[in-house]
Ligand binder design. Structure first.
Ligand code: IMP
Length: 427
């Protein structure tokens, strides 16, 4: 009963789309379990490039059922436009299933996200502005609107009124903005009901049955380990749990059902938004990684912050997710450096540490301790096996594997679907 979790081992944008897509052909279900349209997966199929935000990347694999689990927050307008965009390009999206328990992002969540960031000023998180945090806040506050509410007008109206009672006070008194009329929101949401009805299902029942029947289920995390609201660099995090446990709560499957947890690890490090980043490069090397790696956000179009590989973070990801494997991505981006620094520990206030400090203050003061590995200049994009890689690239991969605490089972050597070296099978 292979049930695999695939998640980002760093700060997101590790190239998960490619990994999920690679597995797509042999997978029966691809499930998103948290986040919303703050995610950005780029999937290259042949000469076609797809940028997905909310939809699971399995939507591009014809044999696969894509599922939006209960832990996801769904902006219905974004969902429908993403679906119609794919339909226009000939992609069949009719198999999609959406949990009735997933929460909705409404226009007032997006509004709260934007005004809160403005209000925080220089303390802002650098969110994607998609209403993710406010939608999760309402869920936890028990004033959220769920997908199933779209099909009961009376319940929907009561819930929208309850949510706006308080929010409108905040809009008016704190942010000096006009109140949002509940009728307007209800009308907009009801307008999505017919288009979404056919996709809504009891996804928990379905996924548990699928696993029990020996089908292959892949849980696809958005964002990354260090953006997890519990295990990430709080408060500079997203408002959900991309870590492996999130797959259980966000899809309604028990931990005993998960057979493998694969961490996607970029051969260097990137981050979008504010927050600590010990190996960040503010020099020509950082610029080079950004331009060679195409490090620009799929969702926001923002330039990503870039830095060298950080083994402390990789080890941490292995620990908090119980990783069984790594998928190392974008190794080709490092071609051409004479020697490549790798962060093996930190120095914090004069002391050497090898594990991620639990204290936020300490992490903000951490400076990287580097080891320098010899680089390579040969083109590696055509490599089909580990042995095809130049010796120094092999050495780099092996060193990362030893430092990170789990086997590297696949290596991305270029953006295309087939530019991947598979070392161990995932299924
Ligand atoms: P939010 O998820 O929009 O609330 O943003 C919170 C933080 O997570 C910000 O620093 C974002 O830049 C970051 N973030 C959210 N989604 C992604 C992603 O898919 N990749 C990388 N960073 C992300």
């Amino acid at each position: 009963m292979p049930a695999l979790v695939l998640l980002g081992a760093q700060w997101g944008d590790e190239g998960k789309g490619k990994a999920t897509d690679l597995l797509g052909g042999s997978v029966d279900y691809v499930v998103r379990y948290q986040g919303g349209n703050n995610a950005g997966h780029t999937v290259v199929v042949g000469d076609q490039k797809y940028a997905l935000h909310l939809l699971p990347s399995g939507i591009l694999s014809p044999g696969c059922v894509p599922v939006i689990g209960n832990g996801v927050v769904v902006d219905p307008s974004v969902l429908l436009s993403e679906l119609s965009g794919l339909n226009e390009r000939g992609v069949d999206t009719s198999k999609l299933l959406i949990s009735g328990n997933a929460h909705l992002i409404t226009p007032y969540h997006t509004e709260v996200d934007k005004v809160t960031e403005r209000f925080l000023g220089k303390r802002k998180i650098g969110t994607t502005g998609r209403g993710i945090g406010p939608a999760y806040a309402d869920k936890i506050n028990r004033v959220g609107i769920r997908v199933q509410d779209l099909f009961d007008e009376s319940i929907l109206t009561q819930k929208v009124e309850a949510a706006l009672d308080f929010k409108n006070q905040v809009f008016a008194k704190l942010y000096n903005r006009r109140a949002v009329r509940p009728e307007q929101i209800v009308e907009e949401l009801l307008g999505y009901a017919d288009a979404l009805r056919g996709y809504v299902a009891d996804t928990t029942l379905l996924l548990n049955d699928a696993i029990d029947n020996g089908q292959v289920v892949l849980f696809e995390g958005g964002q990354g380990t260090l953006l997890d609201v519990d295990h990430g660099t709080y408060p500079f995090v997203t408002s959900s749990n991309p870590t492996a446990g999130g797959a259980c709560t966000g899809a309604g499957v028990g931990p005993t059902k998960i057979s493998r947890v694969i961490g996607i690890l970029k051969a260097y490090t990137t981050r979008v938004g504010a927050g600590p980043f010990p190996t960040e490069l503010l020099d020509a090397d950082g610029d080079a990684l950004r331009s060679i790696g195409g490090e620009r956000g799929v969702t926001t179009g923002r330039d990503r912050r870039c830095g060298w590989f950080d083994a402390v973070i990789a080890r941490y990801a292995t620990r908090v997710n119980g990783l069984t494997d790594f998928f190392l991505t974008k190794l080709d981006v490092l071609t051409g450096w004479e020697r490549i620094p790798v962060c093996v520990g930190y120095e914090i206030d004069g002391k050497r540490v090898d594990e991620l400090p639990f204290s936020q203050t300490d992490f903000h003061h951490a400076t990287p301790v580097y080891e320098y590995l010899p680089g390579w200049s040969e083109d590696i994009t055509k490599a089909k096996s580990f042995q095809d890689l130049p010796k120094n690239a092999q050495g780099y991969v092996k060193a990362l594997e030893e430092m990170s605490g789990a086997p590297i089972s696949a290596i991305g050597v270029g953006p295309g679907r087939d530019e991947t070296i598979q070392i161990n099978s995932f299924i």
